[in-house]
Design a protein. Sequence first.
Length: 334
Amino acid sequence: MFMGKIKTLSLKLEDQKLFILDQTLLPHKELWVEVLSPEQMCDIIVQLKVRGAPLIGVAAGLSLALYAIGGATENEYLKACERLRSTRPTAVNLMWVIDQLIKAATTAYNPEELFNMAVQFCQEDIELCQKIAQAGAELIKDGDQILTHCNTGGLATAGVGTALGVIAEAHRQGKKIHVYVDETRPLLQGARLTTWELEKLNIPYTLICDNMAAHLMSLGKITKAIVGADRIATNGDFANKIGTYTVALSCHYHNIPFYVAAPYTTIDFSCSRGEQIEIELRSPAEVLGVHGAFESVIWSPKTANTYNPAFDVTPAKLVTSWVIDRGVFTSPTF
Ligand code: MRU
C-alpha cells in the first residue's frame, strides 16, 4: 500500500490522514481542515471548500479509500460512493473516479487496492496537467494578453492546473504575457483564487469584473482567451463555469482565439452533445450577496427571485482548439 505523502496546492495526505485547504476562505485566510469521513467530504464539496472538476474527483476518491481502509464495510463504502457521486452533477471527473472505485469494489472489496487506486488518480492528474501545460504553452506567444475565467490552476486540480497551467508554463518559458482575470460571479473564483495563484506565480495580471471583458476586447487589449471545462461532450460542446459562454461569444465577435483546456478525464464519452449535460443549480444566497472570509453581505431584498446555474454550455463552433493532455485538437476528434 502507498505509504508516501501527497502534497498539492490544496490537498495533503500524510500518515493516511487527508487535509484540504478551505478555498472559501482564500485569499485572506489559509486554513487546512482534516477530512474525517466521506460525509464531511460531501459537505466540503457542496460548499466549494474543495472545487474544480479534477480536484473534486481526486479528493472524493481519497476520502472514500480512507473510509474503506478505516474499516467501512462494502455496503457502507458503496453508500458513501453514491452520496459523493451526487454532490456536484456537472463535474464529470467526480463520476469518472467514483465509477471506477465502485467497479473495483464490486469485483473484489479490497480496501488497500482502493487506496492505491485513489492515490493513482491523484498522481495521474498531476501528470495530465503537466502534459496539458506543455501542449497549450505552444499556443501562447510573447506579448499575449490572455483572458481567463474562474479558477483552473493548482487549486482546481492536483497538478499545475489546466488553463492556468498553460498560462503558468508559458510564463515559465519566459514568454512576456499579461493575464486578465474575470472576477467570476457569483462565487468569485477568479477574484479570490486565480489572483491568489497568479500572485504566488509572479505572473502579471489585471482583475476585471465579468461584464468588462467584451469592452477590453473591443479596445484590442485581449489577444487570446483560455478556460477550463467541467464536462466535454464528444461533439466538442463543453460545460464550464457560468459566464464562459459569454466569453466565447465575445471572442467570436472580435475574432479572438478561444481555447478550452482539460484532461481526457473531463471528456464524457457517453455524452454526445452539450444539451445532455446536467447543469448544477445552486442556492439563491450566492446571488443575493457574497460570503467569504470577508464576512457576508446581502445587497438584494432577501425575498428577491433568483436563478443560479453554476455552469453554462459553450457550443463547439465557438472553440478554436481543445487543449487536451493528448495534444491540441482543432476539431473534436479526441
Ligand atoms: O464551481 P467550480 O469552482 O468547481 O467550477 C470550476 C470550473 O468551472 C473550472 O473551470 C473547471 O472545473 C475546470 S478546473 C481545472
